[in-house]
Design a protein around this ligand. Sequence first.
Ligand SMILES: [Zn+2]
Length: 313
Amino acid sequence: MIAAVDIGGTKIAVGMVDDDGRLLARLETPTDADLGYAKALDRTADLLRQVARSTGAEIAGIGIGSTGPVDPFTGEIGDVNFLPGWQGSPIVEDLGRLFRVKVAMENDADAAALGESGWGAGKNKTRLIYITVGTGIGGGIILDGKLYRGVDHAHPEIGHHVIDVSGPACLCGFHGCWESLASGPAMAEWMKAESPPNYRHRENLSAKRICELAQSGDALARRAVEREAYYLGLGLANLVVLYTPDAIVLGGSVMKSAHLFLEGIRKAIAESCRYVPFEKTELALASLGEDANLIGAARVWHHRFASGGQSDH
Ligand SMILES: [Zn+2]
């Protein structure tokens, strides 16, 4: 059984995942990034021993999905906003030494893409793009069953392609990139800016709340949902035009309300992808649920080390 580690800015989750992608045990700890990498490593190792004990299984390998950037081949954490001071920490080497097994790491969006591709909604699709829409927009590209990598193993940032140059500024350097227009926070910011001062739902607006309001008939929330569907659709249409994949798998917290957006998304794709067989690209919803990142982390190990893996890259 493969042990999985999902490293996020707020928590680190660990679990045991069998060869069919079933998560058999799960524990988590706050990341507490400010306390430093060494302490987080100790706590992660403790939890790994606990989940292994609880399933009665040996850890045969460890897969890691981490908030990025990470270097998948040196196995080091990069310059991550949420993990100050952790840059260069050799987590792959450290866990490998502690548990005496092979360890592999990918960016968490790539890990989730591998999970959905191997065990989830993208199973048996050779050309697959996974997109997660939540506090940001991220994704991973699978071609012929292998993770696509850029130069020097770079992870392409699908969420930061430009949709509207007159849009909001983003840390990526662009104005109006996809994430700045269609992430959960972008949805809330737009609605706040559009709402009159006396709008009674003005405080604590989130993508989730807006979707609830839209379903209960709130006119402004419905406009926010329409706008979200339009921008999601433009970004996805760009991916269909550029890649025409077998499937695009949609995950992340905003996609829990996908039923509100799918019609608008399909309309945007149908209106703008006429040069490619867009109707053949399946739009699927992620099927691994809340633990997609953790299950994906285990799949990172299989992708790297199981037969036909990417160990030579
Ligand atoms: Zn951006």
